[in-house]
Design a protein around this ligand. Structure first.
Ligand SMILES: NC(=O)c1ccc[n+]([C@@H]2O[C@H](COP(=O)([O-])OP(=O)(O)OC[C@H]3O[C@@H](n4cnc5c(N)ncnc54)[C@H](OP(=O)(O)O)[C@@H]3O)[C@@H](O)[C@H]2O)c1
Length: 283
């Protein structure tokens, strides 16, 4: 079986790397081709075009930024679906709106492709370790076909219903992510305002019932006030916007969406989501 992988950003590189490590033949494509170099050094092949990838591969994964990127990759003039390939199973792991998942699924059906939406929870660490949580929408038989591969990428792959169900679940879990990260940031700033050092407050959080591996994983960044993106703040702002477009309007959802949007407008979008702490600290 030949695998295609499209999108070699923070997540795509380690995820495609896990399929290579599991012994699969992987051909990759990225809009900026030189980002493929670490995978080529590990035995991946580079596709010259999306058409080439679609023609040669049985299963093609996509892991790109947002709705616009997914639509460009699938339905753009030089996109996957313009290739004329038939029967390919496309698996989109990007976080996009359920509407986009359903739209792309329909376009795939019309072009003779099969399609699953299969976004993931877990950042670069779990991606490297093959411990993502994968939420899947689409036909159950397509899910069964790709499950052995998903098991190389994640610790859990769950089929949730028709196309759009995976992306719906993803927007829900990322609401909790946005609230958790901002909650930790506000807690640290409140503690600091009362003279409690951040390092000690981080220890208290980690050892308490509300400590999470998520915040533990951000400790070094917080202490150094240095936020290289594992999960970029711009993607968090996007996911909360998508959740609001799906109709969430609860108090915390409204509030965190506005806060991440303001941080994005303040120029922090390419930093890690935890840079919301720096944004709140400036206010
Ligand atoms: N990072 C995380 O912790 C995390 C966790 C769970 C889910 N996600 C989701 O997973 C997706 C990917 O995240 P990431 O962190 O890997 O993003 P990233 O590092 O920003 O990489 C984005 C990828 O999308 C490609 N891309 C963007 N616009 C494109 C377009 N118009 N046409 C073709 N390719 C395009 C980029 O290509 P170039 O290299 O050419 O720019 C790059 O390969 C996002 O939907 C994100 O919300 C991320």
């Amino acid at each position: 079986m030949k695998i295609g992988w499209i999108g070699l950003g923070n997540m795509g590189i380690p995820m495609a790397g896990n399929l290579l490590a599991a012994g699969y033949e992987v051909k990759v494509w990225n809009r900026t081709p030189n980002k493929a170099e670490p995978l080529l050094a590990r035995g991946a092949a580079l596709a010259g075009s999306l058409a080439e990838l679609a023609a040669e591969c049985d299963i093609v994964f996509t892991m790109v930024s947002d709705d616009e990127a997914v639509k460009a990759v699938y339905t753009g003039p030089e996109g996957l679906l313009a290739s004329g390939a038939r029967g390919t199973l496309a698996v989109d792991m990007s976080t996009v709106s359920p509407e986009t998942s359903r739209f792309v699924a329909e376009q795939c059906r019309q072009a003779g492709f099969r399609f699953l939406d299969a976004p993931v929870s877990g950042s670069v660490g779990p991606a490297k370790e093959g411990k993502l949580v994968i939420m899947v929408g689409g036909d159950e038989s397509d899910f069964a076909q790709v499950k052995p591969l998903l098991d190389k990428l994640g610790k859990l792959a769950l089929h949730l219903g028709p196309n759009g169900a995976g992306t719906s679940a993803k927007l829900a879990i990322n609401l909790l992510l946005g609230i958790t990260v901002q909650g930790a940031a506000e807690t640290l700033l409140f503690a600091r305002s009362m003279g409690i050092p951040t390092e000690q407050m981080l220890t208290i959080i980690a050892e308490s019932a509300v400590g999470t591996p998520l915040i533990r994983g951000k400790e070094a960044s917080i202490l150094a006030d240095d936020y290289p993106a594992a999960f970029a703040l711009k993607h968090m702002a996007k996911d909360l916007r998508l959740a609001r477009e799906e109709g969430v309007s609860t108090p915390l959802a409204e509030s965190v969406a506005a806060c991440y949007r303001a941080a994005l407008e303040d120029g922090l979008g390419d930093l890690d989501v935890m840079a919301i702490l720096r944004f709140l600290d400036r206010k």
